[in-house]
Ligand binder design. Structure first.
Ligand SMILES: *[C@@H]1O[C@H](CO)[C@@H](O)[C@H](O)[C@H]1NC(C)=O
Length: 186
């Protein structure tokens, strides 16, 4: 009798655990593919970032998650742009050169915004090739912005952390679709 109770408790517990797992399996599979061959932290980052958006609960397929990831990227980029605008407007930069570089970043964010808007259209049209191209173009905004500060200029970027995160956020839909095209659908 005691043994039976153990079995029942075990079955209930196990069902509870798997039910939870099934619920998030789409996000997990998505992130597994987008972090394939990537840095180990990226898988966890991907899951946290997609689940931050309540829409991911309703996602039925990977296209839905690509749409959510791209919308996340768009709002992230808009936020980083606002931070840089504030630094420029309030003259919080360290030097004339830094001001010039930040203004260049604002141009890059504009390009990135346009690229992400194109990406949303590409998702609607189910055009994977163009989508990969658009997301790749969007990634240039945070990376070229940072490159201006480093190298010969040797300036400290006030938004290094924000740019690094933005790069990763754009990488979520980019790497999924890039790896998906290379390896076939999951
Ligand atoms: C960008 O997105 C990440 C992950 O979703 C979040 O942690 C971060 O706060 C966002 N940054 C901005 C500036 O919105």
């Amino acid at each position: 009798m005691k043994f039976l109770i153990y079995i029942v408790v075990f079955v209930l517990l196990f069902n509870g655990l798997t039910a939870n797992r099934v619920e998030n399996s789409l996000v997990q599979r998505y992130c597994k593919k987008s972090s394939h061959n990537g840095a180990p932290y990226f898988y966890k980052f991907c899951i946290a970032s997609l689940e931050e958006n309540a829409d991911s609960q309703k996602a039925r397929n990977t296209d839905d998650l690509t749409l959510i990831g791209t919308n996340n990227a768009l709002s992230n980029l808009t936020n980083v742009r606002k931070i840089v605008e504030k630094i420029v407007n309030e003259k919080k930069y360290n030097s004339k050169l830094s001001k010039k570089l930040l203004k260049n970043c604002l141009k890059l964010y504009s390009d990135g915004y346009n690229a992400l808007t194109s990406a949303l259209k590409n998702i609607k049209m189910k055009d994977s090739d163009k989508l990969i191209f658009s997301l790749k173009r969007a990634k240039k905004a945070p990376s070229l912005c940072e490159m201006g500060f480093n190298g010969d200029n040797q300036q400290v970027s006030p938004v290094k952390k924000e740019n690094d995160v933005l790069f990763d956020v754009i990488n979520i839909p980019f790497l999924f679709n890039f790896n998906n095209l290379a390896a076939g659908p999951i």
